[in-house]
Design a protein around this ligand. Structure first.
Ligand SMILES: Cc1cc2nc3c(=O)[nH]c(=O)nc-3n(C[C@H](O)[C@H](O)[C@H](O)COP(=O)(O)OP(=O)(O)OC[C@H]3O[C@@H](n4cnc5c(N)ncnc54)[C@H](O)[C@@H]3O)c2cc1C
Length: 395
């Protein structure tokens, strides 16, 4: 069998778009093909993309392996009845050193812009303003942030990493095709692997690695996430009040709701938010836990709508279009106390993600960078460029 070809990284077919196997080597060759890279990164969310940048800039060949069809993970956008909306990350604020740098860079690139300067919270006293803080959003949808960050990174989509096994000098990564047409190759070999996915999903992969330290595995199993049900609801303009006095409302301590936002006001075409309002309702973790596996979601959708209507206006009860998304791993609850998990294996194997701390996006950025640094330290000790410089250069 011939030697596996290296990824032609200078081929624009690989950059910022789906890497089809046929595009790489020609359809008639792929059955004998085995992709070989320095570093395989599992998960193309914020942590995986952040880990990729300094390593790629340092000259490592790498490949992101992503089970879904697009970049971003929980930076997720959706089209409801043709209208763009965000069903994951709601907005960015300048909380944290890395996040502030990212916000600055994305603003300069016109990917995000200020949305509101003050949000609200709903309590027993009714609607209360929060302290002023600028919230930034991407008018093209928050997934645009991931598209921008992943512009130059090679990615294989629709492939779930099912197992990794040691194969000197590194790892053999076994993939499962998630949709038809992406069924080969089903293996990647890499000198190092970064698992940039929620801890419970990382555990199922680590379970396939022989000789994992039982204590570390037990501690990893104690990392947990809160689930969330996200309801997208679009309303007909003539049933909506002319002025809607809120944009982003939190519900501290509420048994049913955690957040409700006027998503349509993030975008130019309906900046008043009143021509065809689109509202995003996030459930509480408690409600999500009770309904996460419901086969019929009609009842929970009606419940979310009536809870929103009871608090913020009866018009919220009757949308024209609706869509419910279930997040099993929405927000880290029980977190890992360090920036990464560096496993004690012969070849580098490191886990990262927003569960390595309690600051969500800031943690995902920090953890991705720490994973890159750890893998570089274990491989070739190359000089890594600061992420702020890489973001600046990308702009
Ligand atoms: C509804 C909602 C609202 C939120 N709002 C905010 C907010 O306002 N502020 C804030 O800071 N944070 C918020 N967050 C959290 C924030 O989105 C996350 O902290 C952050 O995006 C996590 O990035 P990540 O890279 O760690 O994980 P993810 O984004 O989950 O990325 C992991 C990726 O790995 C992929 N994957 C998983 N398993 C495999 C496998 N076996 N093989 C291949 N690929 C795999 C997944 O498909 C995914 O793309 C919100 C989250 C949700 C769900």
């Amino acid at each position: 069998m011939s030697q596996p070809p290296a990824i032609p990284f200078d081929n624009p077919l690989h950059l910022g778009q789906e890497v089809g196997v046929e595009a790489i080597i020609g359809a008639d060759e792929w059955p004998v093909f085995n992709m070989n890279v320095d570093i395989a990164i599992v998960g193309a969310g914020l942590a995986g993309l952040t880990a990729a940048h300094p390593l790629q800039a340092a000259g490592y060949s790498l490949l992101l392996l992503e089970k879904s069809r697009g970049l971003g993970g929980r930076l997720a956008s959706y089209r409801l009845n043709g209208a763009r909306c965000d069903r994951g990350l709601r907005y960015l604020t300048e909380e944290g050193r890395l996040l502030s740098g990212l916000v600055r860079s994305l603003r300069e690139r016109h990917v995000i812009r200020p949305w509101i300067t003050a949000s609200h919270r709903y309590t027993a006293e009714g609607l209360q303003p929060n302290s002023p803080q600028t919230h930034y959003v991407a008018p093209e949808g928050m997934s645009q942030i991931a598209k921008e960050l992943g512009r130059d990174v090679p990615v294989w989509y629709s492939r779930r990493v099912a197992a990794i096994t040691p194969q000197a000098p590194g790892w053999r990564v076994r993939l499962e095709a998630v949709r038809a047409g992406s069924d080969a190759p089903l293996e990647v070999t890499a000198r190092a692997v970064i698992l940039a996915i929620p801890a419970p999903q990382a555990v199922t992969i680590l379970d396939t690695v022989p000789g994992m330290n039982a204590d570390v595995m037990n501690r990893l199993q104690s990392v947990t996430y809160d689930p969330c049900l996200t309801l997208l609801a679009q309303y007909s303009g003539n049933r909506v009040p002319a002025e809607i006095p809120w944009r982003s409302v939190e519900f501290p301590g509420d048994p049913d709701l955690s957040w409700l936002g006027l998503d349509s006001s993030k975008r130019e075409s309906s900046s008043s938010g009143s021509d065809r309002p689109l509202v995003v309702i996030n459930s509480s973790a408690e409600l999500a836990r009770s309904h996460l596996d419901d086969s019929d979601v009609t009842e929970v959708i009606e419940h979310l709508l009536s809870q929103g209507a009871a608090r913020l206006g009866s018009w919220l009860q009757t949308p024209e279009h609706r869509h419910l998304h279930r997040w099993r791993y929405a927000i880290p609850a029980q977190v890992w106390p360090q920036d990464t998990v560096v496993l004690d294996t012969r070849a580098p194997l490191v886990c990262c993600g927003d569960w390595c701390g309690s600051r969500q996006v800031e943690t995902a950025l920090r953890s991705g960078l720490a994973a890159a640094s750890s893998v570089n330290y274990q491989l070739d000790h190359r000089s890594l460029t600061a992420i702020s410089q890489l973001w600046e250069a990308q702009g």
